[in-house]
Write a protein that binds this ligand. Structure first.
Ligand SMILES: *Cc1c(COP(=O)(O)O)cnc(C)c1O
Length: 462
């Protein structure tokens, strides 16, 4: 390809992206029926010969952009998805052009160096022990597999078993202690690592989904304890200090799933939610949720660098040193993109105060939503400790009806869940650009939906 054409493509991509950003406030949050129908345009046979690159890009913008869920605007409250900070997004564009492989320092000095800088900054931001090791992965799901592999191997070592040499067959049993509110990705990671459900000891949760520390079983050195910073429904945090005290007495590895909640430790106002997490052994979190780095950027953090490195080590005749900056030994992947670039740009552009402000902002907007909805007759099912607001109407069917009307309104979008056996609406504030006005509009959409749901019902019954 000629350089001139390459430049034209990059410029066109930038122009399409800028148009997308400029029109985001007019886009429905969930794509229109027509936009989804138009995705049929992509259903063509694989072209026999090549096609024009410019036309391919234009096709993507023409039919792809309208088929997106508009997370780039502040009216998206689904799952715990998060937006994309412009500083991180722009840095990522440049890094995409660099096309670095971050496996080894020899493949990309800049990726390796920025990952080392991020390791220091993140450790500092979360008040973790000073030599904590960082690996950048696709997300918390992968991070859990990495960290729990280290936990498993270290626990086996304490029991006189070398997992890397002898494998899992015939290994001494490990007792996995998890909360009843643990995320599905924790179960998945455990299954991948060879732990069946029968090896779990599930600790009951309180009414907010927090692990009941008073109901922890007796711990011994064959245990791994997994706690949670940020329940996906309520946003609640396990009582870490009490749990870590008990674990440390018994020399037990504690892992923290803090996919979105660990970021509370970066805010002076919310830090107490995370008291005690710094005494754990490993942590999983996402930069693509609370910090608003573009997908995909997950973090695995481990107090003991050697243990993580041993659990994820690989050898190959063509692989050079195992230097400290060779980060493939902190992740499952070998080849991976330079995730440190967007993470670094987000952290540098926000600074310590900016990260704290972002976290506080998400919390304040969730509180605002709860206040507005409570005043309009909705039930708020959780204590708003972080960014989650869990909502219900008078009856389960009304809750489901209101959720579907809100989703169809295009004015905002949030997802549903089940809480204590009943349907609930999960409203998650995780975008940097959600304003107080966006929250007022979202509350309006809820009020309209409730009115419509009730009038539809009275028409039916009347
Ligand atoms: C989102 C989430 C996960 C999974 O993270 P991914 O980045 O989607 O893999 C795990 N635990 C909790 C509490 C989460 O919110």
């Amino acid at each position: 390809m000629e350089l001139a054409l390459e430049k034209e493509l990059l410029q066109r991509a930038a122009a399409h992206a800028i148009e997308y950003v400029s029109t985001r406030s007019e886009r429905p949050v969930w794509p229109s029926a027509k936009a989804i129908q138009d995705l049929d345009r992509f259903e063509e046979p694989l072209p026999e010969g090549g096609t024009c690159s410019v036309e391919t890009l234009d096709l993507l913008h023409r039919y792809g952009s309208p088929g997106t869920v508009c997370q780039a605007d502040g009216r998206y409250f689904g799952f715990v998805n998060g937006g994309a900070l412009p500083a991180a997004l722009a840095a990522r564009w440049l890094a995409d052009v660099w096309d670095q492989n971050a496996a080894l320092e020899v493949m990309s000095p800049v990726a390796a160096r920025l990952e080392e800088v991020c390791e220091r900054w993140i450790t500092d931001l979360f008040h973790l022990p000073s030599d904590t090791a960082l690996g950048l992965v696709a997300g918390t799901s992968t991070s859990l597999i990495c960290a729990l592999a280290a936990a498993r191997d270290e626990t086996h070592r304490k029991l006189g078993w070398d997992t890397r040499e002898r494998g899992l067959f015939g290994a001494p049993a490990i007792r996995v202690i998890i909360g009843a509110g643990a995320h599905g990705s924790v179960h998945k990671a455990l299954a991948v690592l060879g732990f069946g459900r029968q090896s779990f000891e599930v600790v009951p949760a309180d009414e907010q989904g927090r692990m009941r520390a008073d109901l922890l079983p007796k711990l011994d050195s064959s245990c791994i304890v997994i706690v949670q910073a940020g329940n996906v429904n309520t946003g609640s945090f396990d009582p870490f200090s009490l749990i870590v005290d008990r674990a440390q007495e018994a020399d037990v590895w504690v892992h923290v799933d803090g996919a979105f909640g660990l970021w509370a430790s970066a805010s002076e106002n919310l830090r107490t939610l995370c008291s005690g997490v710094e005494r754990a052994d490993s942590w999983s979190t996402d930069a693509h949720k609370t910090l608003n780095v573009p997908y995909d950027c997950g973090l695995v953090l481990c107090r003991n660098r050697e243990t993580l490195g041993r659990a994820l080590s690989t050898a190959g005749s063509y692989l050079s040193s195992a230097g400290r900056r060779d980060r493939m030994f902190h992740t499952l992947d070998m080849s991976r993109r330079a995730r440190a670039v967007d993470l670094w740009a987000a952290l540098r552009s926000l600074g310590r105060e900016g990260v704290a402000r972002l976290v506080d902002h998400l919390h304040a907007r969730a509180e605002q939503m709860a206040r507005l909805l409570e005043a309009s007759g909705f039930q708020i099912l959780n204590e708003i400790v972080f960014n989650q607001c869990l909502i219900a109407c008078e009856t389960p069917s009304e809750t489901e009806h209101v959720l579907s009307l809100v989703q169809a309104s295009g004015k905002c979008w949030c997802s549903g869940s089940r809480w204590r056996g009943e349907p609930a609406i999960r409203f998650s504030v995780c975008g940097w650009n959600t304003t107080a006005v966006d929250i007022e509009r979202a509350a309006d959409a809820f009020r309209h939906a409730l009115t419509d749901a009730r009038s539809a019902r009275s028409t039916l019954t009347g």
